[in-house]
Write a protein that binds this ligand. Structure first.
Ligand SMILES: [Zn+2]
Length: 207
């Protein structure tokens, strides 16, 4: 039973109180114990209190709840949201190399002519053609409209006298929304996710 609770998801906020990740309760308690995070607790009035390990332990040990775990010597509540004490040390997940994320990176824009189009009117183009050993990765795949794709054919941009709007790179935004937060998250996440909804780049939550 305790081990199931320890797997429950905890929302991770950075020092700016922005949602950056989701971890397990086990990981959250470890970070809390090591002084690398604090618990964020919504006190019912829409206000947030923070607790360090000992503060959280004394705050929750009186509460008889199934949202706590008993260790040999003490009982502690399971946090739902934690705030990292150290700036940005939480490991970032990489942006998945998916069709969806490539369209997101390129903002549904043909990288040769600059037209913004529906996804159904865009292809993925190997900048250096595949049969010239062009790899299938962030640095060699771009969105392209069908006319540009046809015109470029099996050539490099230089051979086709075409120019990329910008060189393709691996995106830097954080894909924490890959977890389906809206359905799997806890009520107390709502405030932070609503804020995140407006502040993260569009598409992260759609995958
Ligand atoms: Zn085009």
């Amino acid at each position: 039973m305790a081990s199931v609770i320890l797997q429950s998801p905890v929302l991770v906020l950075n020092r700016l109180w922005q949602a950056v990740n989701v971890c397990t309760a086990r990981r959250a308690l470890t970070l809390l114990f090591e002084g690398r995070a604090e618990v964020v607790y919504e006190n019912g009035n829409g206000q947030f209190q923070t607790f360090d390990f000992s503060g959280w332990r004394s705050f929750t040990e009186e509460i008889d709840s199934d949202e706590s775990v008993n260790s040999v010597s003490f009982k502690i509540g399971i946090p739902r949201v934690i705030l990292l004490a150290v700036f940005d040390r939480f490991p970032k997940k990489e942006v998945k190399f998916t069709r969806h994320n490539i369209f997101e990176r390129d903002k549904n824009t043909c990288q040769y002519c600059g037209k913004v189009l529906d996804r159904s009117d865009l292809n993925l183009d190997h900048v250096i053609p595949r049969d010239r050993q062009g790899p299938t990765n962030w640095e060699n795949i771009v969105c392209s409209c069908i006319p540009c794709n046809t015109r470029k054919a099996n050539r490099t941009p230089k051979e086709a006298s075409m120019r990329l709007i910008r060189p393709p790179t691996r995106p830097k935004w954080r894909p924490f929304m890959q977890v389906n937060l809206r359905t799997n998250g806890h009520d107390s996440w709502k405030h932070f996710l609503d804020v995140a909804y407006w502040n993260v780049e569009i598409g992260q939550q759609l995958e």
